[in-house]
Design a protein around this ligand. Sequence first.
Ligand SMILES: [Fe+2]
Length: 302
Amino acid sequence: MAIMRLGRVQLRVPNWEKSVHYYKNVIGLIETARDENHVYLKCWDEHDHHSVILEKADTAGLDHLAFKCETAEDLDIYERKLVDYGVAVERIPAGYRIAEGEILRFRVPTGQTVELYYEIDVVGNGLPLVNPDPWPDGLVGIAAPRLDHLLIAGDDVEGTTQLFQDVFDFHMAEKLIAPDGSYIATWLFTTNTPHDLAVIKGPDSKVHHIGFWIDDWSEVRKAADIMARNDVMIDAGPTRHGITRGLTIYFFDPSGNRNEVYTGGYMPYADSPTITWTTEDIGRGVFYFEGEVNDRFTTVFS
Ligand SMILES: [Fe+2]
């Protein structure tokens, strides 16, 4: 496994002050740096300097997503593989952003900018590496321990899915297919969760949601309490997905980017068979308890 995990998302947030406050005090991310137009944040149980960057912008949306590789050489290996695959790549030297090393940047067929990196400053998770307690003091809000996954949209779901399978050896946990067999959505993984990245038919270059991990169903209930207390607009849930079997709430940040808190799900391996969902059972697939999907969930992207 050369790509270790989803390491970073950079979100555009027009509602700047409220959004920074929300990510720090409602989601419970920890600020590690800022410059004039960006705030760098990490989830408490991540060791790297940041996993979420907020960017002052006129419109909401995703600037880029980034995966962390296992070794520095992986950037060279993937550069060659991408070029052989016909994808244009760009190398960006270390120091382009705070605490980051060299970056390999490219665009996927659904339009999003993706970066690969190996080097990033390590700041720790607030716990000692010898005889630690289960969590540190001073956590606030939902206190999501880590970034989990994201769902990106675009027309060429096949193309982006195939690229992650062919170039990065991602596996497909589940797929939602149209009556003609084409992909409406795919759930792809390189770790042992049902999705590190999911791709859905929709407007190019957009993001449907970014998902934060929380530990269990009681944390989902607590997250809903915290959202209610902070007037967070809930989109759906708390509920369960048929797809991934995960437990979930969808909600919006003050700039209109959809977030999710997610837990549960099964543990897939490279040899796990791909599960197929068909359009007639999509309600149960997306929201298992309700058996139907609200319009906003299928039409709002950022
Ligand atoms: Fe999700």
